[in-house]
Write a protein that binds this ligand. Structure first.
Ligand code: TXA
Ligand code: MG
Length: 330
């Protein structure tokens, strides 16, 4: 079926070679939906300047339309066409782009209103993944892309995860294998004088503070109708199984999401044990987090006990995602 039609019945998948990348750019240009790999997670891309394409994207995700999308661009000069970067934003861009950092800045009129959910700011990111880089360069316009999962599900770190959630709902998946980081970008709001952390992610807060030479404010959980960053909404990264965090003792019937060499008491009775990182490496744990949560759901476990994970470095973002996944649901 051709890209840009109302309903998609089959989702095409191509490996991220030159032909695949050209096809992804063509799907975007036709107003279609193309999922693509980034260094963090897979994004579900649409032409950010085309409101009809962005509307299809919200529909495919089942995402509440008040959630603004990140606009992905090839480089700093493309970012400057989409937003006004102040000195703080430029400093962070110079240090961390391409990479897992999203900057929220005042918008120009390039990215459509719908992609920004009506805000006068725009979230911009230059991804480092070579396939994403080449696709953005070939397409030449900003690409609006949330994580390529159904709203509220775990973020996808492989093309198979994208298809499990969205097959039949999107036109195309560019398959670049597993994403190296496995955790979404850090979001920093640079739209006012004081930079604020909206979402912990792939770039640790400490590194941002070191680059700016100042502490940055952490934004509180915004209310649901006007969230500072809806990625901060409670119960956003849900598993089917219920989660219990910082567990020192595993209970009857629980699976165990472990971290490090020493396991919680009762680990031997767990219904299934997956270790995020046996050696206690937070980078490895971040890369495994979403696929392990998914694997536990697929194994049909009802409850997951999660071992304590240090809150420093990438641990801040890992704990943030777990806390959200453990939040009470409607
Ligand atoms: O690593 C990532 O950031 C991935 C890859 C695909 O780039 N994308 C991603 O997108 O995680 P998504 O839509 O799942 O999360 C984007 C977050 C949302 O919480 C959204 O509210 C916030 O970015 N955001 C985007 N634009 C914003 C803006 N103008 N102001 C405040 N928050 C914004
Ligand atoms: Mg997401």
């Amino acid at each position: 079926m051709k890209a840009g039609q109302e309903t998609v019945t089959s989702t095409r998948r191509m490996v991220a070679d030159a032909a695949g990348i050209a096809e992804a750019a063509a799907v975007l240009a036709a107003g279609g939906l193309a999922a693509f790999p980034t260094e963090t997670v897979y994004g579900l891309g649409a032409d950010a300047t085309n409101a009809a394409a962005v509307a299809k994207l919200y529909a495919a995700k089942g995402r509440p339309s008040f959630n603004p999308l990140i606009a992905h661009v090839a480089d700093v000069s493309a970012a400057k066409r989409a937003g006004h970067l102040n000195a703080t934003a430029m400093k962070l861009a110079a240090k961390f782009w391409p990479g897992p950092l999203t900057l929220v800045v005042p918008t120009t009129d390039l990215v459509c209103d719908l992609a920004r959910a009506g805000l006068d700011t725009v979230g911009l990111r230059v991804p480092a993944h070579p396939a994403a880089q080449k696709m953005l360069a070939a397409f030449g316009k900003p690409v609006a892309a949330p994580s390529a999962n159904r709203s509220g599900h775990v973020s996808p770190t492989a093309a198979e995860h994208v298809l499990a959630d969205l097959a039949g709902k999107i036109d195309f998946v560019l398959d670049g294998g597993a994403t190296p980081l496995g955790l979404e970008s850090t979001i920093v709001d640079c739209s006012s004088g004081v930079p604020r952390l909206l979402r912990a992610g792939g770039v640790p807060r400490e590194e941002i503070e070191k680059t700016l030479g100042q502490k940055i404010e952490i934004a509180g959980n915004g209310d649901a109708d006007a969230p500072a960053s809806p990625g901060r909404l409670a119960s956003h990264y849900a598993t089917r199984a219920r989660l219990r965090l910082n567990v020192r003792e595993v209970k009857e019937g629980e699976a165990l999401l472990a971290f490090g060499e020493s396991l919680p008491q009762g680990a031997e009775i767990s219904t299934l044990t997956l270790n995020l990182s046996r050696s206690g490496n937070l980078t490895e744990a971040a890369a495994n987090l979403f696929s392990y949560m998914r694997a536990m759901d697929e194994a049909g476990v009802a409850a997951i006990a999660v071992a304590p994970i240090p809150k420093k470095g990438l641990g801040e973002a890992i704990n943030d995602r777990l806390t959200r996944a453990a939040a009470p649901r409607a």
